[in-house]
Design a protein around this ligand. Structure first.
Ligand SMILES: [Zn+2]
Length: 268
């Protein structure tokens, strides 16, 4: 059982419950200012037979519809990756690969793709639609840490860091599987954004009764948002892990409040 007084970013025992939501509480670290909720996901085991959702016609159509909505954004992300590293014959790893669309786009460019997706229903979809076999083991697993140490030219982490249980550990594990001179591309919602500030103000001015913005950001449901970084917290963390930040794209007023970081593992 994790003690949520221990900050998930700086590891000091200085986090305090600050914003109480319906089913969860946002902890704020007094030392580093990190915000995270008191919920962790339990990872489905790979051979779990009782996983409740199965890929039937209805869920297949639903996932396919979602992909169409995401297609434009992922095509832009593909351009960003291509701009930095040639994809033909490159080894790529997509974390939180979902239904496999980004892996598919990378494979079309000639990349040798690997992808991690903990939810079986999405792995089944990716296999059926694209013929791409995603892996259920998450990146901390020895399958990756030992089997693929220093292996990948390109690692992508689209909308994942806000979902994982322990983001600092996840980034360190990614560093380990990235080749020297290899690239890490990531995006995640930004906490120092106008939208989030509105959430804090409306909570405070209503003495905690107006939580609708926070309820839309965080959730204790499986695989939902558990933490948000400020731009400074995120850049400092990736640099602490060992990556160099090559470029960033973030704005206080940006729609969806996303920040995009391009990072590189230095050559030794
Ligand atoms: Zn902290």
């Amino acid at each position: 059982m994790y003690d949520f007084n221990r900050c998930k970013l700086c590891a000091k025992n200085t986090a305090v419950p600050t914003y109480k939501l319906k089913n969860t509480t946002i902890y704020v670290c007094a030392a580093c200012g990190f915000h995270f909720i008191n919920h962790l996901d339990t990872m489905p085991s790979n051979n779990q037979s009782g996983e409740d959702r199965i890929l039937d016609r209805k869920s297949y159509d639903y996932i396919e519809g979602k992909l169409i909505a995401n297609g434009k954004e992922l095509a832009e992300k593909l351009c960003l990756v291509k701009k930095h590293h040639p994809l033909h014959q490159s080894h790529s790893l997509d974390i939180g690969a979902g239904a496999g669309l980004f892996s598919h786009l990378m494979a079309e460019e000639g990349a040798l793709v690997h992808g991690i997706e903990p939810q079986k229903i999405f792995r089944e979809f990716a296999l059926k639609k694209y013929g791409i076999s995603l892996t259920g083991e998450t990146v901390e697993d020895s399958y990756w840490q030992q089997g693929f140490a220093g292996f990948f030219d390109v690692v992508t982490l689209w909308d994942v860091l806000e979902h994982v249980n322990f983001p600092a550990e996840t980034l360190a594990q990614l560093y380990n599987v990235t080749k020297e001179g290899g690239w890490l591309f990531l995006d995640t919602p930004r906490r120092d954004s106008f939208f989030y500030k509105m959430g804090e103000w409306s909570y405070r001015f209503s003495s905690g009764s107006n939580r609708s913005i926070f309820e839309s950001i965080y959730s204790s449901q499986p695989f939902r948002h558990k933490q948000l970084f400020t731009l400074n917290q995120l850049t400092q963390l990736v640099e602490k892990v060992g990556f160099s930040v090559i470029s960033m794209n973030a704005s206080f007023f940006k729609p969806q409040n996303k920040m995009i970081l391009v990072c590189r593992k230095p050559l030794m």
